[in-house]
Design a protein around this ligand. Structure first.
Ligand SMILES: Nc1ncnc2c1ncn2[C@@H]1O[C@H](COP(=O)(O)OP(=O)(O)OP(=O)(O)O)[C@@H](O)[C@H]1O
Ligand SMILES: [Mg+2]
Length: 361
């Protein structure tokens, strides 16, 4: 899915199309009749600018929506066989998962062209923990995040978020889920260029027709050092500042879980350290759950746990990762993958032709 579509239908750079998700009977139809001029200069949307309160999933009053976490499932059930011995030594205590994948399969394409992006992945992400996801390019990290966040459909399996199997939700419910329960931070920041930092931060609430908790807003902008930048548009901000705005936007609705797909991929080392420190603080101080994809072993060392993907599977799951250990693990994994790709296939062995014996003329 196009990241611009995270908060609504084909948002692109057009805010009107975001506030009118036009997703069939959620009461938002016609919301794009309002003019952007209804957004005053102070950045706080005026009441006429705020679309009607959409129906909240799962079709019950917001206050009755109490997440039911699976508390009694042993951790081992959610891990892959490769790591079994390690996991078996962990104490069997109940865990609270903010989000979990059960037998998750994602294929792209069909027949000869099928790509197995996720192969039966089982994993739970504990509430109030910071988890890093690592692995080679093409190993399925983004696919994993997108399916967990309801941005992409699954081929089979379940994603349980806040006690609900989100793979059963329709598009409208998924849009509401993303606005209310999920924060997503993209590598490319994905801010709306014509709106100020403050308007961008408040966007999920504006779309949901919910009033901002000003205290929480102030806490976020102060902690992220954005107080002096609220009236600036994205092109007037540095990359680090834009990513901090994107973090505030991801956290403003106090979501169940924040996903970050290579959030420091476009940042210099100083800005990266700021962003990672804040993500860590959001977990420590605000009890946020964060799942972050990164290629950087140093970035992974900010997390409480690091998972390594290879070829659509989890091949390692480490608590308290250090940069050195993750570098070693990734090195070993890439060596293993290289050996595997260099190994002759069964067909080649049977026919006595090693794979690399073919000469290109
Ligand atoms: N929309 C798509 N259509 C077809 N194949 C896809 C699609 N999206 C991803 N894939 C394939 O699925 C596999 C997993 O891709 P994914 O983007 O999840 O990898 P990744 O681990 O995030 O890689 P990177 O580190 O390069 O971002 C890859 O082989 C990729 O080519
Ligand atoms: Mg990716």
């Amino acid at each position: 899915m196009n990241p611009n579509n995270f908060y609504g239908n084909n948002a692109g750079s057009d805010f009107h199309s975001i506030i009118n998700p036009n997703l069939g009977g959620n009461g938002n139809a016609g919301a794009n009749n309002s003019s952007t001029a209804a957004t005053p200069d102070n950045g706080v949307p005026s009441p006429s600018f705020i679309p009607p309160q959409p129906q909240r999933y799962p079709q019950q009053p917001a206050e009755s929506y109490t997440p039911q976490y699976r508390e009694s499932v042993p951790a081992q059930q959610f891990q892959q066989p490769m790591q079994q011995t390690q996991f078996q030594s962990q104490p069997q205590q109940p865990r609270q998962f903010a989000v979990e994948a059960i037998d998750l399969v994602k294929d792209y394409g069909t027949g000869e062209n099928v790509v197995h992006a996720l192969r039966n992945v089982n994993v739970g992400f504990e509430k109030g923990k910071f988890t890093a996801i690592m692995g080679p390019s093409g190993s399925g990290k983004s696919t994993m995040m997108h399916t967990l966040a309801g941005l992409d459909s699954v081929t089979s399996g379940k994603v349980i978020l806040g006690g609900q199997d989100i793979t059963k939700m329709n598009d409208n419910q998924l849009t509401m889920l993303r606005r209310n329960e999920i924060g997503f931070i993209f590598q490319s920041f994905n801010l709306l260029p014509m709106f100020t930092a403050e308007q961008n931060i408040l966007m999920p609430l504006t779309l949901a027709g919910t009033k901002a908790d000003r205290k929480w807003f102030n806490t976020l902008v102060e902690t992220l050092g954005l107080t002096q930048r609220l009236k600036h548009r994205p092109n007037e901000l540095s990359g680090g500042q834009q990513q901090r705005v994107a973090i505030a936007r991801a956290l403003i609705s106090k979501p169940q879980v924040v996903f970050a797909d290579e959030p420091t991929g476009n940042l210099d080392s100083v800005s990266s350290a700021e962003v990672l420190s804040f993500l860590k603080r959001s977990v420590r101080e605000f009890g946020q759950t964060v799942v972050m994809v990164t290629h950087d072993a140093v970035a992974a060392s900010y997390a409480d746990r690091a998972i390594v993907f290879a070829d659509g599977r989890i091949v390692a799951d480490e608590q308290h990762p250090t940069a050195e250990h993750m570098s070693d693990l990734l090195m070993k994994e890439s060596e293993r993958a290289a050996r595997q790709s260099a190994a002759p296939t069964m067909d080649q062995l049977m026919n006595g032709k090693p794979r690399h014996a073919q000469v290109v003329k």
